[in-house]
Ligand binder design. Sequence first.
Ligand code: MN
Length: 517
Amino acid sequence: MKKNDKNQVVIFDTTLRDGEQCPGATMNLHEKMEVARQLARLNVDIIEAGFPIASPGDFDAVNQIAKTIKGPVICGLARTIEKDIVRAGEALAPAKRRRIHTFSSGSDIHLEKMMRTTRAVNIERSAKAVKLARTFTDDVEYSAQDTTRSDREYLVDLYTACAEAGATTLNIPDTVGYAIPDEYAELIAFLIDRVKVPGLIYSVHCHDDLGMAVANSLAAVKAGARQVECTINGIGERAGNTSLEEVVMAMRTRGDSLGNVWTGINTKEIMRSSRLVSRMTGFVVQRNKAVVGANAFAHESGIHQDGVLKHRQTYEIMVPEDIGLSGTELVLGKHSGRHALGAHMHKLGFVLNEEELNAVYEKFKVLADRKKVVFDDDLMSLMQEQASDAPKVFALDYLRVTAGTDALSTATVRLKKGDESFLDAACGDGPVDATLKVIDRITGIHGELEDYSLQAVTKGEDAVGEVSVRVKFGVEIVSAKGSSTDIVEASAKAYLNAMNRYLFMKKFASKKKITAR
Ligand code: MN
């Protein structure tokens, strides 16, 4: 089938901006780079890499991604303020293809109560910002927040002014997740009809507060939108954004009823992207989530199983291979060498330098000793550990616990901080509680466990257990993961990773980050 370009829907990924902005999903530079590399393999059209003015960390991430990631257009966010645009332009300068995404608001409630400005001033400022952005790149996107609660005639004036000033993509966000599909589609069609500037791409950015982000995005596509903003696993502010994997697989599976639209996404990279983002952010994917949940392709009932065995299409509308799920592959064992590990990591998409490979290899050998077979997922888990302990302040050096039905649990822990070692012991209500108490005592930092979950990474009794935690330190909430074949050790690592992240954030976050949309 010959593809018609007018039917291509541009995939704009904002995992590293809107996704990363949600509480607890903060990633360090190393983690952001891993995600950006994976997004390039997934073949997204645009990576919104961050909000350069928000913090020096955001600037560095956008700048590094602009320098090193080849393929997608790299985008940076900016308010309609001169210093934001200049900063975004600087961060994006090394990118071969770059976009500045500037935004203000469209609703009276935002303009009056939040931005303390008028409709007329907002139009003037927005158009001026677009013009300035055009001096850095000819690819400029403009968004007015809260369009679904805005006056439509005002939106026509605002978007027309920005398009005339040089914006090439007009994004119509449902910032508060308020729209329903028919009404949102109608708004998009209305603006396409009324903004009389030719050659524009209309974009949608939906939030999932009412569980309709994907449905709203698809309705908008049917109405003529040709860019969808989305995130891996749907992470993002509050209930999250449109989920990339769902919207892409819906267009692939049901493009026929959406006007034969298509995307350039390499869907075979979807599963890997989902797992990577889950590991980097500590946000667990629910088992029954569409497309990427653990049960998405599991047929339990006898009738369904019988049907699928006789003919897959009886109950399957997609095949697991489409999203890169080819079952658990046996990969490496304790006799595999450093070279084999490096080659396999490369196949999984990790580019490791000598030092990184050595560090992963050490961890791999320990794991292969405990576990007969090492699966791809085990290796992904090792990589996640490697990435998240980059800013390591405290490291687990020794752990011993006693636990049982008739005994009070006790834990002895030794932590390392640089060259120093600290040893202490405590009792607790179970081995995990005892272990975390010792860690609090040694570090002098008190964390409150808000959430704790344990998942086996692969099958079998000797599987690696992955512990995800959300820990509250003062007012900050930090997510982290830790993995080991020993679940108490995995818990200790997860908790320490959270603490290290907290210490890292405290050190670099001199002021509260500016956040958007
Ligand atoms: Mn948003």
